[in-house]
Design a protein around this ligand. Structure first.
Ligand SMILES: CC(C)(COP(=O)(O)OP(=O)(O)OC[C@H]1O[C@@H](n2cnc3c(N)ncnc32)[C@H](O)[C@@H]1OP(=O)(O)O)[C@@H](O)C(=O)NCCC(=O)NCCS
Length: 129
């Protein structure tokens, strides 16, 4: 199953007044990673219709490296259920911590804005083309 990975450096403008990543920014990054994974799967316009509850397990400090990993877990007719993980790495250590995960549902739309069918996910290794 193909995984989409997006990387961000946590800059001051991404943080709250405590100096850690603002939750709304984290949600936007996760939604974007899910969007790219769904788009790569459907090769059509896709929109978010649902996001599961998010549990922030650890604060993400300013200056950290964040990697979002997203993949299509299940496909309905026009909907795709995606899993997104947010991994955090400090600049001085290769150790990674899972700071957050969430499920999203994205729907593929045709040019008229109506839901269109998508294919089933292909099982296999995490191979990039
Ligand atoms: C996407 C949209 C066109 C779907 O319209 P709709 O009339 O609900 O279409 P359908 O009922 O055929 O639903 C389409 C699919 O989405 C799924 N779906 C719709 N709402 C859902 C929800 N809240 N949670 C999970 N799945 C949902 C349906 O189960 C269906 O899945 P399937 O085709 O795999 O069986 C419409 O909901 C929409 O435009 N939403 C706004 C999306 C948006 O702007 N997102 C940006 C973030 S705010």
């Amino acid at each position: 199953m193909r995984k989409t990975r997006t990387v961000h450096l946590v800059r001051p403008g991404d943080c709250n007044h405590y100096g850690s990543l603002f939750g709304g920014t984290a949600m936007a990054w996760m939604d974007e990673a899910a969007f790219v994974a769904a788009t790569r799967h459907a090769r059509a316009k896709v929109v978010t219709v649902h996001a599961d509850a998010l549990d922030f397990r650890h604060p993400v400090p300013q200056g950290a490296i964040v990697e979002l990993v997203a993949w299509v877990r299940e496909v309905g007719r026009s909907s795709m259920r995606l899993e997104v993980e947010m991994w955090v790495e400090r600049v001085d250590s290769p150790e990674r911590t899972l700071a957050c995960r969430a499920g999203f549902v994205m729907v593929a739309l045709g040019p008229d804005g109506r839901a269109i069918p998508v294919s089933a996910p292909v099982e296999g290794p995490d191979a990039e083309p």
